[in-house]
Design a binder for this molecule. Structure first.
Ligand code: HEM
Length: 441
């Protein structure tokens, strides 16, 4: 019997070819291609070379479940998570264990359906403003717009009004500029061979730190504005400020919670709305279906189009964890300290779970197979899953419906996706809008 059979790697854990460290480099240059290449190996778990750190990419929903759902064998201890924590501070997204549990409990109630009953009206008002803006000087003629810019402004205003009880005013533009700077450098900093390059005296690191400082300064102004706005009740920011005044949260914690919610709560949703609208703009027959549904009072086609946008362009394109003990993944046991990556974008297009995976076909969500249902998790899974799913879905439904009722939307192509912390459109999302006649009264 050939002895190699005894030492051959388990067929259920393949390796992406490459020399030590090469995958870190590829994570910087084209991480979506690296994750897709791993998926093509067809195994449930794939091993990467990150120098001395064992790294695994989990492709099968069952394996993802084993890693994320118990929640006590993994933590957010990868280089990317640590960099994110230096940017956001110790907030809901980046804290662990008991501290995280306390933060989640404090915020949870404000995201329940009952707590968000006023939200549709607020989103509608901001969407109407955006649509009026988009109509521009000639309300009857076609308009060229950057959908991402419009949706980003809308989403930031909605987070500020619904969760913070204030209007971001002129600070909105500052948040967007600082966020662009932070996200542009993120992948480069995360994959730099030596950790902590964001703290070095390099021009790019200085710009990054200045952007982080700008975000913190904006947050201090938002907190001050909320204090002036009236009694500290009725919204999440008011809850946090009261907790800080009572000594239950430090000033650093308060600032971290606000920065986290400001960023996590608007950029993801703006990306998802932009990609969905661009997909509808390149698929007129699907756009007509969505509009026919809206005219008949049926949001189903729109919701399916949004799900399909989230499948093809999931804003949280990869989740990352470090193993705090051994993690039994099924096909293999990841040792303590290993990095685990869950490439949502690749799983959402894996032909093992999806037919015609690259095709925009909203109606597939009418009857997903059990395998596809398990392989669709744009909002994550396990205890750290997104707190804002209902918030995001409510916002997208109302804003997209408003735009599609007002305009026929066309564009030549869906923009390329740029993976940073989130998957965002690379550059503006240019769309052509042709006004539709107002519905008969
Ligand atoms: C389409 C929009 C959105 C997508 C695709 C999305 C996706 C996700 C995902 C996948 C996670 C889990 C991250 C992980 O496991 O490492 C997450 C966490 C989180 N999201 Fe969202 N999100 C969206 C919108 C929102 C909104 C609107 C808010 C708030 C207003 C929000 C706030 C958060 C927070 C605070 C966490 C951390 C939760 C925790 O660790 O307890 N997200 N999101």
């Amino acid at each position: 019997m050939p002895t190699t059979a005894l030492v051959a790697p388990s067929p259920s854990v393949a390796r992406v070819p490459g020399w030590p460290w090469s995958h870190l480099l590829r994570m910087r240059n084209d991480p979506l291609a690296l994750m897709a290449e791993g998926a093509r190996l067809g195994t449930d778990v794939v091993r990467l070379s990150f120098g001395t750190i064992p790294a695994y990419v989990l492709y099968a929903p069952e394996v993802v479940h084993r890693a994320l759902v118990p929640g006590d064998t993994v933590w957010k201890g990868t280089r990317g998570s640590k960099l994110l924590r230096r940017i956001l501070g110790p907030g809901l997204l980046t804290t662990e264990a008991l501290v995280w549990r306390d933060r989640r409990r404090r915020a949870q109630g404000r995201f329940r359906h009952e707590a968000l009953l006023a939200m549709p009206g607020i989103v509608q008002r901001h969407a109407d403003r955006m649509i009026a803006d988009w109509r521009g000087a000639d309300p009857a003629g076609p308009a060229e717009v950057d959908a991402m810019a419009g949706f980003s402004r809308l989403a930031l205003s909605v987070v500020c009004e619904v969760l913070f009880g204030i209007d971001p005013g002129e600070d909105a533009a500052r948040v967007h500029a600082a966020l662009d700077e932070v996200l542009a450098g993120f992948l480069w900093m995360m994959t730099f061979p030596i950790e902590g390059v964001d703290q070095w005296p390099l021009p790019a690191s200085r710009r990054h730190r200045a952007a982080v400082e700008e975000l913190r300064a904006v947050v201090q102004r938002l907190i001050a504005r909320r204090r002036e706005a009236g009694p500290l009740e009725g919204d999440l920011l008011a809850d946090w400020i009261r907790a800080a005044d009572e000594g239950a949260l430090s000033q650093e914690d308060l600032s971290a919670e606000v920065v986290t919610m400001l960023l996590a709560g608007h950029e993801t949703t703006a990306n998802a709305m932009s990609f969905t609208l661009a997909l509808l703009a390149t698929h007129p027959e699907e756009q007509d279906k969505v509009r026919a549904g809206l005219d008949a009072g049926d949001n189903g086609p729109l919701e399916r189009a949004f799900n399909e946008g989230l499948r093809l362009y999931p804003p949280a394109w990869v989740l990352a964890r470090a193993a705090s003990g051994e993690v039994d993944l099924g096909p293999t046991v990841a040792p303590k300290g290993s990095f685990l990556f869950i490439p949502i974008a690749a799983i959402h297009r894996d032909p093992r779970w999806w037919t015609d995976p690259d095709t925009f076909r909203p109606d597939r969500h009418l009857a997903l197979s059990p395998a596809a249902r398990a392989a669709f998790f744009p909002f994550g899974t396990g205890p750290r899953r997104c707190i804002g799913e209902h918030f995001a879905r409510t916002e997208a439904r109302i804003a997209l419906a408003g735009v599609l009722r007002a305009f026929e939307v066309t564009t030549e192509r869906v923009p390329d996706a740029m993976p940073t912390v989130t998957l965002r459109p690379r550059g503006p999302v240019r769309l052509t809008l042709r006004p539709r006649p107002a519905p008969a009264a």
